[in-house]
Design a protein around this ligand. Structure first.
Ligand code: TYM
Length: 329
């Protein structure tokens, strides 16, 4: 049994990319491991967000976690801001992270480049340190994430190794990212050279999308001028992205998916992709609707935070003693 941890930031509506790259995989671990799944609400503050939007997004993610099969009796589901040890370990770890390595983080460079240089928040810069704390607090060995979070998990790994080395003790478990072989980077439907992200309504499928809207987005997804359904990421990024979505949702390989569409035109292929996407959304939305307005969400979060604190407070005690922060024996 290993400790597994992952999280999602409540900055926007969840996308099919979040589902395929991360969320869909969380529940697979819960029968045989100790799973911690949280909502990175403190991370959501690193870019401007309206309070009521943050609140609603946070509730939404809890409901989607449950709708996607996470069972609070098997996994601990909680909010980052409910477990103070995240902030505490983040502060301590900040002293072991180098500004040079934080400056090299792709996500920081990408997000900072869209802001006025004078208004780049400190929280955006130190984001990966807090994320390292999220992971390390729970002795997490595996961190299931999509491709875009790999660099952050690797930084968490580097920090854990650096810390252990500094104090010549195995204080931290060394984490590693678990990236799905297919579906680790679902691309935008309107521009398949870009990642599908929470902030691109045209190219995104949102988990909350009306089924008709979702179908329309798939039917108008950018493809190419050929008419062969073949996986070729370089020359046919749009079709390759749709094949990836289809194979992940059908739980088959890309090769099996390609075989199903030999000789089919793009219209037929897109209809099949739309069918499986809409079936998936409908199944998730039905369950989401059962949970979203119920008090059960708060019960789940309370139980999850209690379980999370039990292990997080132990890690903090270990760290404080190790670095020499005084406390009564
Ligand atoms: P976030 O909220 O941006 O994304 C949540 C998860 O979804 C994956 N993902 C994708 N996978 C495939 N295709 C896509 N287009 C796509 N878009 C997003 C992400 O890789 C991620 O796994 N920093 C994290 C939240 C976080 C976290 C953590 C995760 C904070 N602390 C500790 C793991 C462990 C984030 O912003 O993810």
């Amino acid at each position: 049994m290993e400790n597994i941890l992952s999280g999602i930031k409540p900055t926007g509506q969840l996308t099919l990319g979040n589902y395929i790259g991360a969320l869909k995989n969380f529940s697979k671990f819960q029968d045989e491991n100790k799973v911690f799944v949280f909502i990175a609400d403190l991370h959501a503050l690193t870019l401007p967000i309206e309070p009521e939007v943050l609140n609603q997004n946070t509730k939404d993610i809890v409901a989607f976690y449950l709708a996607c099969g996470l069972d609070p009796n098997k996994a601990s589901i909680f909010l980052q801001s409910h477990v103070y040890e995240h902030s505490e370990l983040g502060t301590i770890l900040g002293n072991y992270a180098y500004m040079g390595e934080l400056n090299r983080m792709t996500q920081f460079k990408d997000k900072a480049s869209k802001l006025n240089e004078k208004n780049i928040g400190l929280g955006l810069f130190t984001y990966p340190v807090l994320m390292a704390a999220d992971i390390i607090l729970y002795d997490a060995k595996k961190v299931p994430v999509g491709e875009d979070q790999k660099q952050h998990v690797e930084l968490a790994r580097d920090l854990a190794i650096r810390f252990n080395h500094r104090y010549k003790k195995d204080i931290f478990v060394i984490p590693e990212p678990v990236i799905p072989t297919t579906g680790a980077r679902i691309m935008s439907l309107s521009d398949p050279s870009k990642k599908m992200s929470k902030s691109d309504p045209k190219g995104d499928i949102f988990l909350k999308d009306d089924l008709k809207v979702a179908r329309k987005k798939i039917m108008s997804a950018v493809t190419d001028l050929e008419c062969e359904v073949r996986y070729d990421k370089e020359n046919k990024p749009g079709i390759s992205n749709l094949l990836t979505i289809y194979s992940c949702l059908k739980e088959i390989t890309i090769e099996e998916a390609e075989k199903e569409f030999i000789g089919a035109n793009y219209g037929t292929f897109k209809r099949a992709v739309a069918d499986v996407v809409c079936d998936t959304l409908e199944r998730i939305q039905t369950k989401y609707n059962e949970y979203i307005n119920s008090d059960y969400l708060d019960e789940v979060l309370e139980k999850g935070a209690k379980e999370a604190r039990a292990i997080a407070s132990n890690t903090i005690k270990r760290v404080k003693a190790c670095v020499g922060l005084y406390s009564k024996q």
